[in-house]
Design a protein around this ligand. Structure first.
Ligand SMILES: Nc1ncnc2c1ncn2[C@@H]1O[C@H](COP(=O)(O)OP(=O)(O)OP(=O)(O)O)[C@@H](O)[C@H]1O
Ligand SMILES: [Mg+2]
Length: 470
């Protein structure tokens, strides 16, 4: 714990990360806001996932979790929440992620139910498309030698897709489900996974492939369109039986005006037989994209900001406190290295060491004066040689023909932004941007990178929702 902070105190300092309040909790971890501090006042808000301690008693879980996080960190795509760091202290395991200013699809589903409105379909199409592109990027990820990692999410679900106020949907928690399955193998009955999105072949014991993720994504698509659970039995056994049985209903049963082209995409995505399903997430995305029905990120972002206005305003307040706490303390501590906690994490980005005093700084003053005089004398010598016409030889033709190589390109090319490629809603799209009716009240935002202190007036709520049963 840092001392001397004027505003909010972090709960804990781990390496360069000051960990603040919890913002959410799941079956496996608690998610906190944290601030990464660097030199010269640099700081950045991040999200830190803190594993529940009881899970860490299982060494196999811990090992597999770290391994999966290492693999997942290789995925670089705008539709995947990046893993920035992993911290393993003696008794804790923390994953540092990019903070997403937004909410999960699960929270959006719940908010829609509360508001007794269905999600506008162009927004659903956009979120699903982006999720598919994120999944594809992970499925295609390779190791440092270009060999496929065969990464499969295994837990594609509404909780694991975050949608930001920037209108970008991002898949989170890659590889976590695999570590959880290791835990389940060694402690049977202790944990229960989310079975409502599990592909039938997994229920029958087949290994997880990318097509299992396609099935889960299509199941989520089905639910967002139909406004109800696809496999919603009361017990786990009932849900698993429903998945294993096959012969699933079309979403059109619950959304009669659903265009047949969209229905076809969903129905193929939830094919019980993998051979009848899309082979890849990209294949499914391309077919959906070809229908030109998805909303733009701006429309999605406005809708998220409207629907989750209260939660996001509260979060913004917290971020403001995190961003402003102890800034002066960080500045004053420079250029000393960032403090490390007593129990040093095993995998922490090392704090930068203070620069060693340069060799020149140690040279005594008289030597400096002598060196300066020598330099002046040699300069006079060079000038006189050049003016006598005996100049240095010109560079050879070969040297002229070969200009110095350009500086190396950035290590990572900027990834494609599929969300940008999402087409504008066509004239025939069922629902377009939310219309203005009675606009919700404006919310005063604290000054921050997320709101720049402006008064945020959320757009009016979309009209065309229907009650659903999610
Ligand atoms: N990088 C992030 N930025 C912002 N919020 C996040 C981030 N990661 C997670 N969250 C929030 O934390 C919530 C809980 O996430 P978490 O993964 O711990 O639980 P879960 O997905 O509900 O369940 P599970 O334990 O099965 O994964 C998410 O729904 C989301 O609201
Ligand atoms: Mg999760």
């Amino acid at each position: 714990m840092q001392a001397g902070l004027t505003q909010k105190h972090p709960e804990q300092q781990v390496g360069r990360y000051a960990i603040f309040d919890q913002i959410a909790a799941g079956g496996m971890a608690r998610v906190h806001l944290a601030r990464l501090t660097g030199q010269e006042g640099f700081s950045r808000v991040v999200a830190v996932k803190r594993m529940h301690r009881h899970l860490l008693e299982n060494q196999e879980f811990k090992r597999m979790f770290l391994e999966e996080a290492r693999l997942a960190a290789r995925v670089r795509h705008p539709n995947v929440v990046p893993i920035l760091d992993v911290l393993a202290t003696g008794e804790e395991l923390l994953i540092v992620m990019e903070y997403v200013h937004g909410v999960s699809v699960h929270a959006l589903m719940q908010a829609s139910v509360k508001a007794k409105k269905n999600m506008p379909r162009p927004i659903v199409y956009s979120m699903i498309l982006q999720m598919l592109h994120g999944l594809e990027a992970a499925h295609e990820a390779t190791d440092e030698r270009g060999r496929p990692l065969a990464l499969v999410h295994r837990d594609v679900s509404p909780q694991n897709v975050l949608v930001g106020v920037d209108g970008i949907a991002r898949v989170v928690d890659f590889g976590v489900a695999r570590a959880m399955s290791a835990k389940q193998d060694t402690d049977p009955g202790v944990l229960k996974g989310k079975h409502s999105y599990m592909a039938p072949e997994l229920v029958h014991g087949a290994p997880a492939t990318r097509q299992a993720d396609v099935f889960s994504a299509a199941t989520l698509f089905w639910e967002l369109i139909a406004g109800r659970k696809l496999f919603g039995g009361a017990t786990e056994v009932e849900r698993l039986n429903a998945v294993a049985k096959g012969n699933y209903p079309s979403p059109k049963q619950y959304a009669r005006d659903l265009p047949v082209d969209v229905e076809r995409v969903i129905v193929r995505g939830i094919s019980a037989k993998p051979s009848e399903r899309y082979a890849t997430a990209l294949e499914m995305a391309i077919e959906l994209e070809s229908l030109h029905v998805a909303a733009t990120p701006r429309v999605v972002g406005d809708w998220v900001a409207t629907l989750a206005v209260e939660e996001l305003a509260a979060r913004m307040e917290l971020i403001h406190q995190v961003e402003t706490s102890g800034v002066s303390l960080v500045r004053q501590s420079l250029p000393a290295p960032a403090p490390e906690v007593a129990q040093a994490p095993a995998i922490v980005t090392p704090a930068a060491k203070p620069a060693a005093p340069s060799a020149l700084a140690r040279v005594p003053k008289p030597v400096w004066a002598f060196a300066a005089a020598l330099t002046v004398l040699s300069l006079i010598g060079i000038v006189s040689v050049m003016s006598s016409g005996d100049a240095a030889p010109e560079p050879s033709r070969a040297a002229i023909a070969k200009p110095a190589p350009p500086p190396p390109a950035a290590a990572e090319p900027a990834p494609e932004v599929p969300a940008k490629a999402a087409p504008e809603p066509s004239a025939t799209a069922e629902v377009t941007a939310p219309e203005a009716s009675s606009p919700p009240p404006a919310v005063e935002l604290p000054p921050s990178a997320y709101g720049a202190g402006r008064r945020y007036r959320p757009p009016a709520r979309p009209k065309e929702f229907l009650p659903n049963e999610l």
